[in-house]
Design a binder for this molecule. Structure first.
Ligand code: TXA
Ligand code: MG
Length: 361
């Protein structure tokens, strides 16, 4: 049976208290964070967490991240805080960094998918932390989308997927970062990145001597240490290809691909979607102005604007879904800094169709 989903747009103190109480009482509440919207439930309540899996259609072996308002709230959740974890919390919290720690008996197995470790993060979002504080319990929250679809960075996107499945949404406007947190496992003065995100390897290197990446991030046949990384993810409805290289070459490769698609037989009308930098947009301008195929586009900023691309990635894919786009042409970025996180998500959204265009720029 569908339940009523209340959207809170005015997040004054009384609303925050109400949202906190809903979470504590076992209801599902979508919460804003600086990365993406989360689908929150009481992290001590097995039944509430089971409802997360149901609402998302999430595979049950995929553990959840517990969200806390401050470092103090970590203590009951872990058997010990490793020294490296302490340094990371001091340096990057609140912020888009999830730290894997040894779990205490207070954390139900439902939260960790049977693992003896727990993922914990403190978001850099004032309203989020106020709701967490009001809840008074750790809040388990995966991204607030149906599993496999692009993650929501606006309350509207949450509503689209979760209407009738959850009790409430706290609408605090669009998320800043746009891609999920970095997940790390701690070693002795070292970390392993299980999922790249808003905190980059260079930032982590300021705090620990060694930063490794989970082997599975570059070897598709190796089992990832973060169970969720093995699943299909972020998939738009349209067939997406990501292009990386000099803007002129990228735009030419896109034009060639479009011409090839137009020449093939297709059973439904074509509609193209472009997620592109200013530079690629300039090169495509003339071609598109005489296009006989209808199209949608998002221009995210200049070619080196990783933050702009991260911020616009999921919302563009969802806008293309809404418009019924059949083929998506996206401009990727080099694998540096935030580019790692972006390309990790774009590769999945594109079902690994990444075209690296080389030649004279
Ligand atoms: O930015 C974010 O992290 C967002 C916002 C809402 O905070 N949350 C998010 O959650 O991305 P989700 O559920 O979509 O991704 C959680 C990831 C999964 O890949 C899961 O396998 C991994 O964290 N994970 C959770 N607990 C783990 C553990 N104990 N060990 C290894 N990986 C873990
Ligand atoms: Mg997710």
């Amino acid at each position: 049976m569908a339940i009523e989903t209340k959207v809170y747009k005015h997040l004054e103190d009384s609303a925050i208290a109400e949202l906190g109480a809903r979470l504590r009482d076992g209801q599902l509440v979508a919460i804003p964070t600086e990365t993406v919207y989360g689908l929150g439930a009481n992290g001590f309540d097995e039944e509430a967490m089971s409802r997360i899996y149901e609402a998302k259609g999430r595979p049950s072996d995929n553990p959840l991240i517990l969200h806390v308002p401050d470092q103090e709230a970590v203590k009951p959740l872990v058997t010990a805080i490793p020294l490296t974890a302490q340094k990371l919390m001091d340096a990057f919290w609140p912020g888009p960094l999830t730290i894997i720690m040894p779990k205490s008996d207070k954390v139900p197995m439902r939260a960790t998918g049977g693992l003896d470790s727990v993922a914990i993060r403190c978001p850099a979002h004032d309203i989020c932390r106020a709701i967490l504080k009001a809840a008074g319990v750790p809040v388990a929250a995966p991204s607030a989308n149906i599993s496999g679809r692009p993650s929501p960075t606006t309350a509207d996107a949450v509503l689209h997927d979760m209407k009738g499945r959850i009790e409430a949404i706290a609408d605090a406007g669009p998320c800043d970062v746009g891609v999920e947190s970095t997940i790390v496992e701690c070693g002795d003065d070292s970390v392993t990145i299980l999922r790249p995100g808003g905190i980059t390897d260079a930032m982590l290197k300021r705090v620990v001597s060694t930063v490794n990446y989970d082997e599975a991030l570059s070897a598709p046949d190796v089992a990832p240490k973060a169970p969720g990384m093995k699943y299909k993810h972020y998939s738009p409805d349209g067939d997406m290809t990501t292009y990386v290289g000099a803007p002129r070459l990228v735009s030419q490769a896109m034009i060639d691909a479009m011409e090839a698609i137009k020449a093939e037989p297709h059973d439904k009308p074509l509609r193209f979607g472009f997620l592109m930098s200013d530079e690629v947009a300039q090169f495509l301008d003339i071609y598109l102005s005489s296009s006989d195929v209808p199209f949608e586009y998002v221009i995210y900023g200049n070619a080196a604007d990783y933050r702009g691309l991260a911020h616009n990635l999921y919302s563009s894919l969802l806008a293309f879904n809404k418009a019924g786009v059949t083929h998506i042409f996206a401009t990727g970025v080099p694998m540096q800094g935030l580019g790692r996180a972006i390309m990790n998500r774009m590769a999945k959204a594109s079902a690994q169709k990444i075209v690296r265009v080389t030649g004279k720029p």
